[in-house]
Design a protein around this ligand. Structure first.
Ligand code: ZN
Length: 338
């Protein structure tokens, strides 16, 4: 979960590389992440143990007015019409689309399935190059206009970040090592699924990119990540697409944004065989039965169990279990390896 580790859409190594090339905003964004992390670590924020805050799944959008605080000025709440601020309306509309997708597809009542209000903070910081979920609310920077643009505008970014919240409540995957890479993976899965729904794309039309809408032409790449071809989205994209290239270093919480490329590619391959909706259902139902320290192998095992159960109930294609197994075999993960 992201209680003590904010779940940012732009991973630290990309900001570090851009900072090395002289982008001051990226350096400031990195520094601010460290500052908030320290504050969050001391301010207990564990949604799993604290008393539930009654909510109605309402959207509340706050304007940080380019400062570094959250919930500064409430500018639009559920049911109110658009205001004269694009980022406000984008955060409102995109979080509404994400909420509706999970409600209609899986009967989920907001992020925690108990009607948690969806809080968005926009215009966070000055030239702030990131967006994040930090355990109970969303925060979006405007981007510096050099490498990144307004983060609230990107449906996959909004879906990715809100999915961190859902994962926190459903699976609570620890944000380090393989469980952390899976946490990132589930956010990319529903980021891309919801993006394709939002854009009404077919599998063939989809680009399978994450964060293509938040990077400028000057950014050295086309997006933050690619699920179809991990490692190719930008000059700093270090994601492997196979277990042979698994990252076993300590950086990035032991590679949470790196090794997620492996299951991401498996998800892409599986979608090619049985379609987006069957895969989304199998993945979502699997997340519900995963546990805090689940690793890649555990997840494959549970995906196969779930696919078989759903197949018996005639909710997914008959070939779903084989498709899941084949897709993971392609990225170097098989049950026999146990
Ligand atoms: Zn993330």
């Amino acid at each position: 979960m992201c209680r003590s580790h904010q779940c940012h859409i732009v991973p630290p190594h990309i900001l570090e590389e851009l900072a090395k090339r002289g982008n001051i905003s990226c350096k400031k964004t990195l520094n601010d992440a460290h500052r908030i992390l320290a504050r969050r670590n001391s301010a207990l924020n564990d949604l799993l143990i604290r008393d539930a805050i009654p909510g109605h799944g309402d959207r509340l959008v706050y304007d940080s007015e380019n400062g570094y605080e959250q919930q500064v000025k409430l500018v639009r709440k559920e049911g109110e019409g658009p205001i004269n601020d694009l980022a406000v309306n984008q955060a409102y509309d995109n979080s509404g689309f994400v909420r509706a997708y999970f409600k209609e597809s899986f009967g989920l009542d907001s992020i925690d399935s108990k009607g948690l209000d969806i809080i968005s903070n926009i215009h966070y910081g000055k030239d702030y190059n990131n967006a994040y979920w930090d355990g109970d609310e969303m925060t979006y920077g405007d981007g510096d206009g050099k490498e990144f643009t307004n983060f609230a505008d990107a449906i996959d970014v909004v879906a990715h970040e809100l999915m961190h919240g859902i994962t926190q409540f459903l699976g609570n995957l620890e944000y380090r090592g393989q469980s952390g890479a899976l946490n990132e993976h589930f956010s990319d899965v529903f980021g891309t699924v919801i993006k394709q729904k939002f854009l009404k794309q077919t599998l063939e039309e989809a680009d399978w990119l994450i964060g293509d809408a938040i990077v400028t032409k000057e950014f050295p790449g086309v997006a933050i990540r690619s699920m179809k071809a991990p490692g190719t989205a930008n000059e700093f994209d270090n994601q492997p697409d196979h277990m042979d290239n698994y990252y076993s270093g300590a950086d990035d919480n032991q590679g949470v944004h790196v090794n997620s490329g492996i299951p991401n590619r498996a998800f892409y391959l599986c979608c090619q065989e049985i379609g987006l909706d069957d895969c989304a259902l199998i993945w979502f139902e699997t997340l519900k039965v995963l546990w805090r320290t689940a690793n890649f192998f555990d997840t494959l095992k549970m995906l196969l169990t779930t696919a078989n159960t759903l197949k018996e109930k005639k909710k997914v294609h008959d070939s779903a279990p084989e498709a899941v197994a084949r897709s993971f075999f392609e990225v170097g993960l098989t049950l026999e390896v146990a």
